[in-house]
Design a protein around this ligand. Structure first.
Ligand SMILES: Cc1cc2nc3c(=O)[nH]c(=O)nc-3n(C[C@H](O)[C@H](O)[C@H](O)COP(=O)(O)O)c2cc1C
Length: 356
């Protein structure tokens, strides 16, 4: 049904308009008393074998919604009700900013992919903190932070620290995003000599801002060379970080089937074409860190089989975004249900046992 609607109706609406309409629908659901809890009873994962304990938190399923969908923390409650085991809000920046001029979001249906150059459009970390202060319980909420575009690279740490101080008290976990291709110079912060002081400063700020030890993760790009992936893994261990999220979107455009005019659009590519590299990076991180970090795998996850493959490769948590664009509102619910079946058909009793 969704596939039919998608090809006939949804693809006729510009991608960003469809996104705003979806968010509006989710907010409307949250505004009706009792509706989100009802949906949660119907759609949220309930199979105890899928539950994951990680980062000191309980996740009802390993599958979460990746950053970028609910940038301003306006719809995480409804998204959790639709079956996501966690929702990562953001990227949130120190100051509010409009992002890049539209159009900045493009669907590539023949590739089951998306190109975006949103550029961290968001209302800023103060606004996000105001929203999260009155957080309703029930959904694990991660907070992904990034650099305000106009802040020079040399002052990046202060911008991340400001957001950390505002948001750490309300975040179940924090993510330092240094991997979006749409903020000039941002990915340079992945180099260890920049990343070390940045992560250390964010860790200290989080500890100042919250009496609880807020788990801290770093999100990396798929376009890092293998040696650089290793270097980030070593640094994460060295600094006592809690985990790594791999990966963000790619600037690569290999072997795409969509019209060249679309493929040429500037921005980060997500979805099916990212699957292989994202899995490679996960395997590399697993080999390098040997189970000492929580690995969150994201990029090209479309099905329960994909989630299963990531878990078997060492991921504790798995995230998706583009899979939901093509899979529709019940995507997470469906993946969870099929994942339960996949698990029951295996020799393992729980996902924790299945993880390598
Ligand atoms: C429209 C769009 C916006 C995104 N915005 C962000 C963002 O603000 N911060 C971030 O860390 N990742 C962002 N991402 C990347 C996703 O979180 C994810 O890492 C990437 O899309 C790969 O996963 P997927 O193939 O399941 O989409 C965005 C992705 C898309 C498609």
């Amino acid at each position: 049904m969704y596939r039919f609607l998608f090809s006939l109706v949804i693809t006729r609406v510009p991608a960003e308009t469809a996104h705003h309409l979806t968010l509006r629908g989710l907010r409307a659901i949250q505004a009706v008393p009792g509706l989100a809890p009802l949906l949660r009873r119907l759609l949220a994962p309930r199979d105890p074998a899928l539950a994951v304990r990680a980062l000191g938190l309980e996740f009802p399923s390993p599958l979460g919604l990746a950053a970028g969908f609910d940038k301003d923390a306006v719809a995480y409650e409804a998204l959790g009700a639709f079956g996501f085991g966690h929702v990562e809000i953001g990227t949130v920046t120190g100051s509010p900013q409009p992002g890049n001029p539209a159009p900045r979001l493009f669907r590539l249906p023949p590739d089951r992919a998306v190109i975006n150059r949103m550029g961290f459009n968001n209302a800023g970390s103060e606004a996000a903190a105001r929203r999260l202060r009155d957080r309703r319980p029930g959904t694990v909420v991660g907070v992904n932070i990034g650099k305000t575009k106009v802040v020079p690279e040399a002052s990046a740490a202060a911008d991340y620290v400001a957001s950390t101080e505002r948001l750490a008290p309300y975040a179940d976990y924090l993510v330092v995003n240094v991997s979006s291709p749409n903020t000039p110079g941002l990915r340079n912060l992945q180099a260890v000599e920049h990343l070390r002081p940045l992560l250390a400063a964010v860790r200290e700020a989080a500890d100042r801002a919250s009496a609880r030890r807020v788990p801290l993760l770093v999100k990396i790009a798929p376009d890092l060379a293998d040696d650089d992936v290793d270097a980030v893994a070593d640094l994460a261990l060295n600094l006592g970080l809690d985990g790594i999220i791999a990966t963000n979107t790619t600037i690569g455009r290999d072997a795409l089937l969509s019209p060249p005019a679309l493929v040429k659009e500037t921005g980060g590519l997500s979805g099916a074409p990212l699957k292989e590299r994202s899995l490679d990076v996960l395997r590399r991180l697993r080999a390098r860190t040997g189970g000492r970090l929580t690995l969150v795998s994201v990029g090209g996850v479309e099905s329960a089989d994909d989630v299963w493959e990531r878990v078997r490769a060492g991921a504790t948590l798995v995230q998706g975004y583009t899979g939901m664009i093509y899979g529709g509102p019940f995507w997470a619910h469906r993946v969870n249900r099929e994942l339960s079946r996949r698990l029951r058909a295996s020799t393992f009793r729980t996902l924790d046992e299945a993880r390598r």
